[in-house]
Design a protein around this ligand. Structure first.
Ligand code: ATP
Ligand code: MG
Length: 765
């Protein structure tokens, strides 16, 4: 029992608790996951068969790591027999065994969210409903929420309360769609993700003998991250645990961050009702983080009204104070964060694995990725794809590649029917076959499609012809138009941007934001090219981006890399040094769901708490004063969470740091970017549903209309200036006349750059 030495007294008591329900509610880093892991090992060491233990984790990765750890204590053969994994993976397995009892075949397919949404879309179409009212994604979300609350299609249709809501939303036939969808899935022998939980519930409810079998089997049930279970998951545990009542839950209400998926903090309270005799363990000592980090995190979370009381302290070193980085622009933020990371890496005894950069939304990764690449620092994105690997980005880039080179067949195939224009796979196959047999490229066949009337019907010919015309139209002004103008036209005119804009799911919002961020990147490329008097066209942009994306390929399995991920994905993990970026109002706390309400604010605060408590030794928080969002420079306000941190634990004086210098609001420049003030919405209560992008017009041949050559003479060497992307710098040299007047500026973060004044947005400080 050597392993018991690795635990403190309270942890050991929890681990040694073998029979009866138990609940461990404790704060971050207090060893909950460790207790869960050791308790499993301890059960096995005390004769419980691994096969009788059911352990549910939040990610499959966590399950693998725990198994590994248990194996080291009790041996690999034992660990292999455990029932361990996420709710979805474990119950998919059980459903396969028992499929017949609920009318499925054991080889059922699992639909991912895209499959499921497509199926719903088809049903709406077949019912001839207006899909601007019956928005497929909205309907899908309704169905998903219903399933997670264990409302079946028939229950849905019989509920007067739901009927009233759907009628108010002008979608009275939602229940009917749900029913058709459920029947279709059943016929197709398919289940979506939510079905896995719903059908497990149905299986157990309708088949007492099957339930009894699993109740007998699972003598011990353990759940990690209990605070993030939803109704469907909660009920499964409740049913399975009824016989042996050995249910062991660990969680932290202060880290409940999935309410948008239906997770309820109340489940923790329900548990205490279900198991009145449950033993309660309190872990108070944080083993993960320095005192400064624990205290700083406590000072913020203390503001949440809705929480269970508990203590958290650290006996580790006092540690470094929390550092705050202020950047003038979002680009500069990426740069300064990476520079700080680089310095820390070289100062101490670190590997890149010791570092994580956490952000609130996926879209923020682009700037960080680019800064890391410029410094040759290896990184890996967790729980998501590298920016340029994301589907919406690849699709958009495929359009641009095709326009630059119509013989790029991979690009052609990606976009020929995206957005959907009725060109099916059979048609594409035919084009490929003709091209192969005639030794031509697909594009050659397509551009001469009328010669192939025998192969296609006239409707298809027209669609293919229109597609070629569309691409040709963009090709015509390839040389004269800036990369950004062209990309913007494609995004807007093909309808890609609009299609994403109507999708209000978290994934949909993220796709829309990503596409806008790509446009931001192209705009940045075009503006910089103009300012630095370089070539600005699609070909040069694509060359630039190809070099960036190429680096994605040789990441390999090397473990020595910085981890990048969203705060959501970081739950349960820990790193020696953590950077949390984008601490600005409306970004973190985010206003994705619309207004920031008291309730959503508390959830955002819990997210911030999760982020901060990932750090063992150092935490560094950053914010930018301006940020490109939806095509415009926005003035950002520092996040309220920065001010909620007790200043005792901060390295800098926050008031000094966040003081807004007067020059930012003075209009002493020309060609100045239009600043959008983003007032904190908690004050003004504005609802910022994703705005339509307002990319401004760029032109590579003429100066901005508001350019007055005499204004350029206002700039002199020695002046301190601010640039909307490169941040602060000093003018070293001015040369050239009128339209060609250039300034060489030494930027603090980006070094020396020579910029054409008619394009550069310089502000005198
Ligand atoms: P979170 O809420 O973030 O999931 P947690 O409560 O699950 O945190 P763990 O991840 O289990 O915490 O533990 C945090 C860190 O502290 C881990 O590195 C763990 O190995 C270490 N730790 C926990 N208990 C002890 C202990 N008694 N002695 C030494 N190290 C410990
Ligand atoms: Mg944990």
């Amino acid at each position: 029992m050597d392993y018991l030495q690795d635990l403190n007294e309270e942890q050991r008591r929890a681990v040694e608790h073998i029979d009866g329900a138990a609940l461990v509610i404790a704060s971050a880093g207090s060893g909950k996951t460790r207790v869960l892991t050791y308790r499993i090992a301890h059960l096995i060491a005390n004769g419980v068969t691994p096969h009788n233990i059911l352990a549910l984790t939040f990610t499959n990765k966590a399950a693998r790591e725990m198994k590994e750890r248990i194996a080291k204590i009790v041996g690999y053969d034992y660990a292999a027999g455990l029932w361990m994994g996420t709710f979805h993976s474990v119950f998919a397995k059980i459903l396969r065994y028992e499929a017949e009892a609920i009318g499925f075949n054991s080889s059922f397919t699992i639909y991912d969210a895209t499959d499921a949404k497509n199926a719903v879309k088809l049903i709406i179409k077949s019912l001839q409903l207006d899909d601007s009212v019956y928005k497929p994604v909205a309907i899908y979300n309704r169905i998903s929420a219903a399933k997670n609350n264990l409302i079946t299609a028939s229950a849905y249709q019989n509920s007067p309360h739901i009927r009233v809501r759907d009628e108010a939303a002008k979608r009275p036939r939602t229940g009917e769609i749900y029913e058709i969808y459920a029947n279709k899935c059943r016929k197709a022998n398919a289940m979506d993700f939510d079905d896995l939980l719903l059908y497990t519930n149905i299986l157990f409810k309708n088949n007492p003998e099957i339930l009894a079998k699993y109740q007998q089997r699972f003598t011990h049930i353990l759940v990690d991250e209990y605070q993030d279970t939803n109704m469907a998951q909660y009920m499964i545990i409740k049913m399975l645990g009824q016989v042996h009542r050995n249910v062991f839950m660990v969680g932290d209400d202060a880290q409940s961050i999935y309410s948008f998926r239906g997770a309820k903090i109340e489940n923790i309270l329900n548990f205490r009702n279900d198991y009145k005799d449950a033993k309660l363990f309190k872990l108070e000592r944080n083993y993960r983080s320095s005192q400064n980090i624990v205290n700083a995190a406590n000072s913020v979370i203390a503001r949440n009204k809705e929480q269970l009381k508990k203590e958290a302290y650290s006996m580790n070193d006092e540690g470094s104070k929390v550092k705050i980085i202020k950047a003038l622009t979002d680009n500069e933020e990426g740069f300064l964060v990476v520079k700080e990371l680089f310095n820390q890496y070289h100062q101490g005894d670190n590997t890149y694995e010791d570092f994580a950069i956490l952000y609130r939304t996926n879209v923020q990764s682009r700037i960080l990725e680019e800064a890391l690449r410029k410094h040759n620092i290896p990184y890996k994105i967790y729980g998501g794809l590298s920016f340029y690997q994301r589907k919406e980005i690849k699709d958009m880039l495929a359009y641009l590649r095709l326009i630059a080179n119509p013989n790029d067949e991979e690009a052609l195939r990606r976009v020929i029917n995206y957005p959907k224009r009725g060109i099916g796979l059979t048609t594409i196959d035919k084009v490929v076959n003709i091209a192969t047999s005639e030794g031509k490229s697909m594009w050659e066949v397509l551009s001469n499609i009328s010669a192939y009337r025998d192969y296609f019907n006239s409707g298809t010919i027209k669609k293919l012809y229109d597609f070629v015309q569309l691409i040709e139209k963009y090709r015509k002004d390839l040389e004269e138009t800036s990369a950004f103008e062209l990309a913007k036209d494609v995004a807007l005119q093909t309808g890609i941007l609009q299609e994403m804009r109507v999708d209000k799911t978290p994934e949909g919002i993220s796709r829309y934001d990503n596409l806008n961020e790509l446009l931001n990147g192209i705009q940045e490329f075009s503006e910089t090219a103009q300012e630095e008097d370089n070539e600005d066209n699609l070909a040069s942009y694509l060359e630039n981006v190809a070099l960036l994306t190429d680096m994605d390929k040789d990441e390999g399995d090397d473990k020595n890399h910085v981890s990048l991920m969203t705060v959501h994905a970081s739950k349960g993990l820990e790193f020696k040094n953590v950077f949390i970026v984008g601490l600005e109002e409306k970004l973190f706390p985010s206003d994705i769901g619309g207004d920031i309400t008291e309730k959503s604010l508390e959830e955002e605060r819990r997210l911030f708490y999760v982020a901060l408590t990932r750090a063992k030794e150092r935490a560094c928080l950053s914010f930018a004063v301006t940020r490109y969002r939806w095509g415009n420079v926005h003035q950002e306000n520092p996040s309220r969470f920065l001010f909620e941190l007790d200043e005792k634990y901060l390295e800098q004086d926050l008031k000094e740091l966040t003081h807004r210098p007067a020059f930012l609001s003075r209009s002493n420049t020309f060609g100045k970017p239009k600043y959008q003030s983003s007032k904190p919405s908690y004050a003004s209560g504005v609802n910022t549903n994703r705005p339509a992008p307002r990319f401004k017009k760029l032109s590579s041949t003429t100066a901005p209309s508001n350019f007055k050559p005499d204004e350029a003479s206002a700039f002199e060497p020695g002046m301190r200036v601010i640039h909307s992307r490169f941040g602060a710098g000093e003018i070293m040299k001015i040369e050239g006349e009128e339209q060609n007047r250039k300034a060489t500026v030494k930027f603090i973060s980006f070094g020396e750059k020579t910029l054409l004044l008619k394009f550069a947005k310089l502000q005198i400080v």
